[in-house]
Design a protein. Sequence first.
Length: 153
Amino acid sequence: MRNLWIFLHLLGMVMWLGGGLAVMFAGIASKKFPRDQLGSAARLLAVIHTKVIGPGAALVVLSGLILTMQLMSALGAGAGGTISPWIMSMQGAGLLGAVLVIVVSVPGSTRATRIDPVSQAAVFDAIRARVRLFGAISGLLGFIALLSGAMYR
């Protein structure tokens, strides 16, 4: 059963970081679009956020919690078992990054789809900048979590 949870954990990480890279490159490419076409780009980015990145981050957290409980059980938490600093780094960075995705990036990207990029340009650009900033931060935290997990092995 542990192998299934590890697979789901890695699958969630691929969805989260892979979707983040897709959004990053699509967002860069959409900077060259005329303003009246930015609504279509925002809808595309919102679909990637809601169908790939958000569920991937949630899957990472869920599987990570299950794996942590299994690890604590194997170490005998009551018997003074210690957890590697790499694991703690992976847990902290991954949890914080996933929370930013679920609380800021996904709702922000869907909010951008409800705003007209032409008539409400300032609001649209502000939301897009916020999603871009928090997406970059959560992606960096996800990368740190991935690196920490690799260093543990």
